[in-house]
Structure formats: C-alpha cells, structure tokens
Write a protein that binds this ligand. Structure first.
Ligand code: MF3
Ligand code: CO
Length: 255
C-alpha cells in the first residue's frame, strides 16, 4: 500500500484542498431557500473553473454509471452523491449536503458539509452538530502510530450515544492523484485495528449519519443514496494530513 505522499505530492494536495475548501465555503454561503440544487451545482462549477481547478466528480465512473454533475448535492433523506436538478427547489428547514471534490495540477482535495436552511427542526440541528463533532473527534485520532480503526471507532463511539444510524455502505478514503485511494476508512470499527497511520498520509474522513435507521436505498439515477426510512441524513468531510505531530486539516480555508 503506497499511501505515504512525497513532499511534492503533499504540496499539491494542500493546494487542491484549499481550492476545495474555498469552493465549499462559497456553496455554503450561497445555499438558500428558493434556489434549485442545479443552481448550486452550477455555482460550484464556475467557482472551480475560476480557481483553475476541475471537478473530480464530473464524469466520474462507477461501473457503467457516469456522474453527470460537478458537485454532489444531497437534500434531507438523500445521504450522498445527489445530482443537482432544476426541479429540486430548496425549502426552508431543508438539510443540504454539499460535497466538493476538485482536481488541481493532478491532485485531489475532498470536503463536504451539511447546512441547515432557515428554520431547522431542533432534532435536525442536533443531527448536524453531532455529525460535525464526530468528524472533529475522529480527526483527533489521525495521528502517526494510531490505526485506521482508531478513527473509525471514534466516529462510532461518538455517534452511538445519540442513537443515530451510521451509514456503512460508503466510507472515507485516502486521497492522492485519484479520489479513492487506500486505506478505506469506515465510520465504525475496532480500536487498534486496520492499517497503521504514518506521517504523509492524506485521508478523507467522512461520517455519514442518519437521524433514523442506518439502512439505505439507491435511487434509479444509479447515484443518489437515500435513507430507507426517508428521515434526514448529515455528512461532514475533511481531508486531513497525518504528520509527526498534530493532525493537519487541509480543507480549512487559510484566507
Ligand atoms: N466525497 C465523495 C466521495 O468520496 C465524492 C464522490 S463524487 C462522485 O465518494 F463522483 F462519486 F459522485
Ligand atoms: Co470523500
């Protein structure tokens, strides 16, 4: 497994992550009731273009499916990989998951956030807070000498107290020249298990947490994952660099 990046690769991943974070921040700030998820996707496309990056999602292939949008926008019961649509108008109270993956000078930056629009039900706001906090907690375990299972178990432990459903079908991953590299990082697992973490690993950590049950279904578009009970879901993601010291979150905008 070649998951340790050279200094040069880290430099490029750092730049890609800064762009991914800037684009995501623009989308977060723009998200409002009355706009369509297509509007948001187009904003993401233009923002990536103006920063000299390209979408790593557009034309992404999985089997015979080709992803047709520039970002992933997943509303309420949609968990991940939602496709922006002119027919989906964002409403007050919606939970909108925005996932931005860019390629810049051949390297990937990957991050996601779920935003509550306007007046959000208290139980839904709690889901957002808990999912974000589970990511922060998990990141604190992304240290040299720990194992992947320590990150996974941190999410599981944190979320279990709330009784939410942890999505199992999608996982975090290494990032490099491609979007999904080793190691896989599930959001559940045993402490001390899995691959050893070493300085120079760039990891996308991404809890996907359901208000209700963990069970998912796939929509006919072949991409959009939804909760089987149609209750809402939240998704937060950062790309993190394992160092000799503190984990470094690469997808926080520096300026
Ligand atoms: N952050 C998502 C992931 O890691 C982005 C997927 S983009 C898509 O899987 F092209 F697959 F939709
Ligand atoms: Co990802």
């Amino acid at each position: 497994m070649k998951a340790i990046r050279t200094d040069e690769e880290i430099h490029s991943i750092r730049e890609a992550c800064q762009i991914a974070a800037t684009v995501l921040q623009e989308l977060v700030q723009a998200t409002a009731s009355g706009m369509t998820t297509y509007d948001l996707d187009q904003l993401g496309r233009k923002s990536m273009e103006s920063l000299g990056a390209e979408s790593a999602c557009y034309n992404y292939r999985s089997g015979t499916n080709v992803f047709p949008a520039y970002t992933c926008i997943s509303v309420n019961e949609e968990i991940v990989h939602g496709i922006g649509s002119m027919r989906r108008v964002i409403q007050d109270g919606d939970l909108v998951s925005l996932d931005v993956v860019v390629r810049y000078r051949g390297f990937i930056g990957d991050n996601a956030k779920t935003v509550g629009v306007g007046d959000v039900e208290p139980a839904h706001a709690e889901l957002l807070d808990a999912t974000r906090e589970s990511l922060d907690y998990a990141i604190s375990f992304a240290r040299a000498g720990n194992r992947v299972g320590d990150i996974s178990n941190a999410v599981e432990r944190f979320i279990k107290r709330h009784g939410y459903g942890i999505v199992r079908e999608f996982v975090g991953h290494g990032v490099g020249a491609t979007m999904h590299e080793a190691p896989q990082i599930p959001n559940y697992g045993k402490r001390g298990s899995g691959a050893l973490l070493k300085p120079g690993m760039a990891l996308a950590i991404e809890p996907m947490i359901n208000l209700g049950s963990a069970a998912i279904e796939m929509l006919d578009d072949g991409w959009t994952a939804v909760t089987r009970d149609r209750k809402p879901s939240a998704h937060f993601e950062h790309t993190v660099l394992v160092t000799n010291g503190e984990p470094e979150i690469l997808t926080i905008p520096k300026k």
